[in-house]
Write a protein that binds this ligand. Structure first.
Ligand code: TMP
Length: 245
């Protein structure tokens, strides 16, 4: 079945499943430069150790991610986003994924607090960035830029571009969430190579951002699932309300 892409009257056909991850399926299309991502309702945390299904999560994350990608594109960040096809499906550019998770933190929380013995909620003196090497079997170990270059995950100029874009994304997202009454504590992003350029890929959603209510510091969405705080499904629906989706 061919799906129409926006006003351009461009059609793309969903072909074979290329890859199935924890939260999405990725399909080939009849255009070698494009893929279709289909978000699932499955939820995992702690590198897949905790699993569950949250009805409606796929649609929330798809639409949330697309909204952010469109906003970031407008502000000059190159992304893989092409077009939303349905509640859970999106056409994206077929980037060669760089096997690094890029984590930006504004406030101490999660593994950072645990590792360094710094209280959750401590406002970092400046935003920080860390890399982990995408490898499920090894539990995505934290590495630095020298490791990344030494193992051929990325070149020096690519690392520099990734860092520059990641901090720009942080500034844009922090402000966008702030305007919604939400503190962006930390988040994870991924990048890919596409036609000689580094572009933002993967997703930016309630699964990949740690968000706290600005007034109460209540943990929103992701932490609710991770730490059995209940009302997970409702919390995901809250994303829609908060973001005006
Ligand atoms: P952490 O405190 O568990 O290291 O997580 C930091 C942020 O990165 C948090 O917002 C969750 C996000 N993240 C992912 O989205 N995927 C991952 O695999 C990891 C380790 C973190």
């Amino acid at each position: 079945m061919k799906k129409q892409l926006g006003k351009e009257r461009y059609f793309v056909e969903k072909l074979d499943l290329l890859y199935e991850g924890k939260a999405k399926q990725v399909f080939l299309t009849d255009d070698p430069d494009l893929l279709i991502v289909d978000y699932k309702d499955d939820a995992t945390a702690f590198n897949g150790e905790k699993k569950g299904t949250i009805p409606g999560k796929g649609a929330v994350n798809n639409r949330m991610s697309n909204q952010f990608f469109r906003m970031l594109e407008k502000k000059g960040i190159p992304t893989h986003y092409v077009q939303e096809l349905s509640d859970t499906e999106t056409v994206v550019k077929k980037a060669e994924i760089i096997p690094l998770k890029v984590i930006i933190r504004n406030v101490a929380a999660g593994s950072f607090s645990k590792k360094l013995g710094i209280e959750e909620g401590f406002q970092l003196l400046e935003p920080t960035l860390e890399f982990s090497y995408k490898n499920d079997a090894l539990g995505d170990p934290m590495i630095n830029d020298y490791y990344a270059i030494a193992i051929g995950a990325a070149q020096r100029n690519e690392i520099e571009r990734i860092e520059e874009l990641a901090f720009q994304v942080n500034d844009i997202l922090k402000e966008a969430f702030w305007n919604l009454g939400i503190r962006l504590i930390d988040f994870k992003i991924e990048f890919g190579r596409y036609k000689g350029q580094i572009i933002l890929a993967d997703e930016i959603s309630s699964d990949t951002c740690r968000l706290w209510d600005m007034e109460t510091d209540e943990k929103l969405y992701q932490d609710r699932f991770r730490h059995d705080l209940g009302e997970v499904e409702g919390a995901y629906q809250e994303v829609f309300r908060h973001l005006g989706l």
